[in-house]
Design a protein. Structure first.
Length: 188
């Protein structure tokens, strides 16, 4: 069942999220492939697939976590899908989001949501290119006394980000690789 659901997710990413052309990525790199993961992660079909698949990936990795989240906005729907899917499990996960800048008013928080000091965390990323967004979230979680167990990405663009994070001692699990998505795009 999990393989069928993963195939469905790959098909959604290929048909809804992947585009060919000339693009500047968040990392500043130029690419002929753009993956707008939000076209999948913010759809009912995408959310219903991502939540259970991501939970299974965390379990398969042996990560015992209390909460999931990452840099807004790419991580937000994925973390919420995981939290929702975990609600009836024996280990419900809390979702949180990391702001790009601390809030300028109120409590000035960088992490929003039910994150707690001491939480074991899976940092969530929609697409990993260089690993820069994941690093910002990792730094914020650690500064708030959270323990980063690993990074769960929806898509590994296979451009060195995964390897860079792993070289820093952070485990990375990806639900999909760019090559798998490209292979499913029409015209291949």
């Amino acid at each position: 069942m999990t393989n069928i659901r993963r195939d469905d997710l790959l098909d959604l990413l290929a048909t809804r999220s992947a585009k060919r052309g000339t693009f500047t990525l968040a990392s500043g790199r130029q690419s002929s492939l753009y993956i707008d993961a939000r076209m999948t992660t913010m759809s009912p079909e995408g959310l219903s697939l991502i939540g259970p698949l991501a939970l299974a990936a965390v379990k398969d990795a042996g990560w015992h976590v209390h909460s999931v989240g990452g840099l807004t906005m790419g991580a937000d729907p994925i973390a919420c899908a995981m939290s929702y899917a975990s609600a009836t499990s024996g280990n419900p996960l809390r979702a949180f989001t990391v702001r790009k800048e601390p809030k300028a008013h109120g409590t000035g928080k960088l992490i929003e949501g039910p994150f707690r000091s001491g939480d074991r965390v899976a940092v969530i990323e929609d697409t990993i290119t260089t690993g820069g967004s994941a690093r910002k979230a990792i730094d914020a979680v650690r500064a708030a006394d959270g323990v980063v167990v690993g990074v769960l990405a929806l898509v590994d663009r296979e451009e060195g980000g995964r390897e860079s994070l792993e070289a820093d001692g952070v485990a990375v699990v990806a639900l999909a690789r760019a090559a798998e998505i490209v292979a499913r795009m029409s015209g291949n």
